[in-house]
Design a protein. Structure first.
Ligand SMILES: O=C[C@H](O)[C@@H](O)CC(=O)C(=O)O
Ligand SMILES: [Zn+2]
Length: 276
């Protein structure tokens, strides 16, 4: 399992391009038949990607988490960004169309991910955080996720934020998860930027053309750095970091958070004048 240690902001400011990518970028999520799982010590979040040609069981190295199975003391959020498929949770089949989400509660032992058609495979993006309470396993469709419109055309950041797993919707212990879709011609997300000391965040960028990429901006507000992020790659955003992006073309992203609280509006807004 790919383990990512937590990096101090003063250390992060010294890293070169390769080192920044090694610590904060996840390049391979939807490759091969086995699940790609990455364990970060930022709030002990597990980030994963599965692109199944046949049915794939999502198991974890028990030595890493010190439990017999992945969700023994954890919960999981999943969103499909590929072709139609299904997830078997303890043998119960849940159909997963493109953009469908699923919350899987603590205590579920077996999860099998499948595609309806191997030629048009599903791509399951998953986040798992430690959990101490059982909340019901529940599906969230794209239409279920309440849309909030943000930004403006003049700022090239008109976008719709959809919350999938959050305190006013499908409940969880820690995880908050949703999707932000940019309007054609809008390329900026989350500018003006924010950080949130109370939570870490992970971003998955997708729905972009092969030649396009997103400059993802990170770092403390007065020490910004960037990562070049391509289709189906994810970024770890520590609590001390801004997280914003500008694409060379259109894109969509899934954001997810874990930490002290689940209040979406609990952000430390950073004045534009303080960005360096
Ligand atoms: O803390 C919240 C997250 O950064 C995202 O919700 C931001 C986002 O989707 C956006 O502004 O487009
Ligand atoms: Zn944020």
């Amino acid at each position: 399992m790919d383990i990512r240690h937590a990096i101090h902001p003063e250390h992060a400011a010294l890293l070169d391009t390769d080192e920044l990518r090694e610590h904060f970028l996840i390049e391979q999520l939807f490759s091969g038949d086995a699940p790609n799982l990455i364990y970060t010590f930022y709030d002990r979040l597990i980030i994963g990607g599965i692109k199944p040609s046949g049915p794939v069981e999502c198991a974890v190295d028990s030595a890493v988490i010190g439990a017999d199975y992945l969700l023994e003391r954890r919960e999981m959020g999943v969103i499909n960004i590929g072709g139609p498929g299904s997830i078997l949770v303890e043998g119960k089949k849940i159909a997963m169309a493109d953009r469908d989400g699923l919350y899987i509660g603590k205590g579920n032992r077996t999860m099998v991910f499948a595609s309806d058609d191997a030629a048009n495979p599903a791509r399951y993006y998953l986040l798992s955080a430690p959990a101490h309470n059982v909340y019901p396993t529940e599906k969230i469709t794209f239409a279920d996720a309440a849309p909030v419109e943000m930004g403006e055309m003049e700022k090239s950041n008109k976008r719709t934020i959809r919350k999938y797993i959050h305190p006013d919707g499908v409940k969880s212990c820690q995880l908050v998860m949703g999707m932000t879709t940019l309007e054609p011609g809008s390329v900026w997300n989350t500018m003006p930027p924010h950080s949130h000391q109370r939570r870490m965040e992970a971003y998955l960028y997708f729905n972009m053309k092969e030649e396009d990429f997103v400059f993802h901006f990170m770092g403390e507000a007065d020490q910004t750095r960037h990562l070049v992020v391509r289709e189906g790659q994810a970024v770890l955003s520590p609590s001390w970091s801004i997280h914003a992006g500008a694409g060379t073309g259109s894109y969509t992203f899934i954001w997810g958070m874990a930490g002290e609280n689940q209040a979406f509006t609990d952000m430390d807004h950073i004045p534009m004048s303080e960005i360096r």
